[in-house]
Design a binder for this molecule. Structure first.
Ligand SMILES: [Zn+2]
Length: 421
């Protein structure tokens, strides 16, 4: 969202700050020459400190778009409230060509403040994370480096109890606008790894999948020993609909009511088993267990080094089911274990992701694509899948036209229904 005011003023905010309406001329790209020791004439003292959480790793999604899914953490260092008006992703390797702009409701939907600020606002000292999903055509040249243009509104800080309309209060002054461009984020040239599917059969739902929603996976920005990790950026929780499009039939507190409980989980690639954890009991479906830690969250699980600095993680397996031991060599298609409901889970499912280290959570999530699958539509209401209160599950609402048909070397997207092999 932009304002039409085009004046430029200068205010003091812990220093000199160039303030302008969002419609003022965008700052020119930083010179490509080596730094001279002086700030660029376009440099702006900004109220936000912005921290990219990882380099960007592109992946071709099942919508045939290249997705650049990444995160910008940010802290409001000023004494004013900061409203994020827009964030524009620029291709710094092509004269700051615009890749995409996030603003308005779409921006607010992808922004998560650490406190209770409404929308895309950060109060003084507050921290937040913006989850981006810039997409490009599959044949477009990929940026090697991104930069970002921020358009912000600044307002005198309001106490939390003063936020919201109150007839007796004088209206707050209109926000002043500020723009700045910076925050380089490298884009890896390494393509997403191609994997064979971890399951066989029809109607697997890619739960909590990538990329345009802050799902439980994408939103898992975990500070571990003080360093923020996003291990589940591309993770998928696989559940299977039956031939009546229900998740389960029978008592919802019985794992056996979920007919896919016990399905063989298959190795997605050749590799060497790094970790096998077994012995944790099945959970009761319908509620998340208490007392879960970062070491028990994955339940019974297997980690396989699949080469190239990548590790495959298979979580929530049935107790006693892992068929491999640490050090074993596995081939794509080998049975790893059986789909279960152990660890931090409220229904049987396979949690699968690829990461850049052997620790399932103390790592960075990397993208992957599956060799082949067939789309059968998209579940349009996730709440239907999450509702495990009825004796038989409700029929999942499905838009059968979305992302349907054959896919090759693509990542299933959030709530897509896929047939594997
Ligand atoms: Zn999961």
């Amino acid at each position: 969202m932009t304002a039409s005011r085009a004046t430029r003023v200068v205010v003091v905010l812990g220093g000199v700050l160039t303030v302008c309406a969002a419609a003022c001329t965008p700052a020119p790209a930083a010179p490509a020459a080596a730094p001279t020791g002086e700030p660029s004439p376009a440099a702006v003292l900004s109220p936000l400190a912005v921290f990219p959480l990882a380099e960007v790793a592109p992946v071709l999604g099942a919508d045939n778009r290249m997705h650049l899914a990444y995160e910008l953490a940010m802290a409001n260092q000023s004494s004013q409230d900061v409203l994020l008006r827009s964030v524009t992703t620029l291709d710094a390797t092509r004269a700051d060509a615009v890749v995409t702009t996030l603003d308005g409701d779409a921006l607010a939907r992808m922004f998560r403040p650490s406190g209770d600020s409404a929308g895309a606002t950060l109060r003084p000292g507050e921290y937040g994370t913006l989850f981006l999903d810039a997409t490009t055509a599959p044949d477009a040249p990929l940026p090697g480096l991104l930069r970002h243009r921020f358009a912000l509104g600044l307002q005198p800080a309001q106490a939390p109890e003063d936020i919201g309309p109150r007839d007796t209060d004088p209206p707050p002054p209109p926000p002043q606008n500020i723009e700045f461009t910076g925050v380089p984020v490298p884009v890896t040239a390494q393509p997403a790894v191609t994997l064979s599917p971890p399951l066989r059969g029809p109607r697997w739902v890619a739960g909590s999948g990538c990329c345009d929603t802050i799902t439980a996976h994408r939103g898992a920005t975990l500070a571990i020993d003080g360093t923020v990790h996003v291990p589940e950026r591309f993770a998928i929780d696989f559940v299977q609909l039956d031939d009546t499009d229900r998740l389960y039939s029978g008592p919802p507190t019985d794992n056996a009511s979920f007919r896919y409980f016990g399905t063989a989980v298959l190795s997605v690639a050749d590799g060497t088993v790094v970790t096998v954890v077994d012995g944790m009991p099945e959970q009761t479906p319908g509620r998340l267990p208490a007392g879960i830690t970062i070491t028990t969250a994955g339940g019974n699980h297997v980690v396989v080094d699949i080469g190239g600095g990548r590790y495959a993680f298979y979580a929530h397996l049935q107790p006693g089911s892992p068929r491999v031991r640490a050090g074993d060599r596995v081939r794509a298609g080998d049975v790893i274990g059986l789909l279960g409901n152990t660890g931090n889970t409220d229904a049987p499912h396979l949690h699968f992701h690829v990461m850049d280290g052997p620790s399932p959570l103390q790592s960075n999530g990397l993208p992957f694509v599956f060799t082949a699958f067939t789309g059968q539509g998209v579940v349009t209401d996730e709440a239907t899948l999450a509702d495990t209160t009825k004796p038989d599950a409700a029929i999942a609402p499905i838009d059968r036209g979305l992302l349907s048909g054959p896919h090759r070397a693509q990542l299933p997207l959030n709530l897509q229904i896929v047939d594997f092999g």
